[in-house]
Ligand binder design. Structure first.
Ligand code: KIV
Length: 308
């Protein structure tokens, strides 16, 4: 299907699930073909890279969060396995299961029926065998209702898993650098790619992952210069988190960017303080319950009549 990129107004007011795009010259374009058409979306993301239009991605884990994201100008929702930490309260992402990912991905889809949704493949869902990797990726698409899956790592075995999943017609997003599922091997959440050898290795892995068939690559926790080199070396879009300025787009965890989290890594910019807003609203409610101001007459039902 041909892409119908129509130039619309230069100022944009947000509409839910809007396929409107900001181009490098500030114009807003309406790519009608992007709406609810995954293959077109994959092409559109590559086109955004080619045109220098930054791609915006954020995580979401349930229907109400997804509804808010869908009402914004976000390009992509990531159902990250970070849900293990920010929603389920684990210390890392290793305990997240396929069941968790399917439940949360399907919830996100219900809240954002038209958005492009990527679901994370959790720890051990693609490590043990290629058959399991394919079946688990497929489950995130069929039961989790995602448009694409993401998996971590760039070694030869990850490249093979990606080739086979893509061969099942499932779009795969790669993820290299500070891959949280490697936290024990890394000895903590440490910036990667700092030595010349590690730098070269990540650069080689990025190119190999592109060859294996990924449509997009998340670069996490690496020096800005390395991210810039990788971005120049591949045709697919790169999405950074703690990878600096010279990537094709950015991703942040919903709770971090909205100030609804206890951790605040250096690379996060907080655009709201939800913790404060929520606590103060809850205290307002408590105060009014205690004073009797809530519920008021307008919050109560009328007396029961004989007929409903
Ligand atoms: O799980 C997640 O949220 C992620 C992002 C941090 C990229 O993988």
């Amino acid at each position: 299907m041909a892409s119908l990129a129509l130039t619309a107004a230069t100022t944009s007011k947000t509409t839910g699930n809007s396929p409107r795009k900001r181009t490098a010259n500030g114009k807003v374009t309406r790519d009608l073909a992007m709406k609810n058409n995954n293959q077109q979306n994959l092409h559109a993301f590559r086109k955004m890279k080619a045109e220098g239009t930054k791609i915006c991605m954020v995580t979401a884990y349930d229907a109400s969060m997804a509804r808010c994201v869908a009402a914004s100008e976000m390009d992509i929702i990531l159902v990250g396995d970070s849900l293990g930490m920010v929603v389920l309260g684990y210390e890392n992402t290793l305990q997240v299961t396929m069941g968790d990912m399917i439940t949360h991905s399907a919830a996100v889809r219900r809240g954002a029926p038209q958005s492009f949704v990527i679901a994370d493949m959790p720890y051990l869902s693609y490590h043990l065998s290629l058959d399991e990797a394919k079946a688990n990726a497929a489950a995130l698409i069929t039961a989790g209702k995602a448009d694409a899956v993401k998996l971590e790592g760039g070694t030869a075995s990850r490249q093979e898993a990606i080739r086979q999943i893509v061969d099942c017609e499932i779009p795969v997003c790669g993820h290299i650098g500070l891959t949280p599922q490697s936290v024990y091997r890394f000895g903590g959440f440490r910036v990667q790619g700092k030595t010349p050898e590690a730098h070269e290795q990540l650069l080689r892995q990025a190119v190999a992952l592109e060859k294996a068939g990924i449509f997009m690559l998340v670069l996490e926790g690496i020096p800005e210069e390395l991210a810039r080199e990788i971005t120049a070396a591949v045709k697919i879009p790169t999405i950074g988190i703690g990878a600096g300025r010279y990537v094709d787009g950015q991703v942040l965890v919903y709770h971090d960017l909205l100030g609804h989290s206890t951790l605040m890594p250096k690379f996060v910019k907080q655009y709201a303080n939800l913790d404060q807003t929520i606590t103060s609203a809850l205290n307002g409610y408590c105060a009014e319950v205690r004073s009797g101001a809530f519920p008021a007459a307008e919050h109560t039902y009328y007396p029961i009549t004989e007929q409903e």
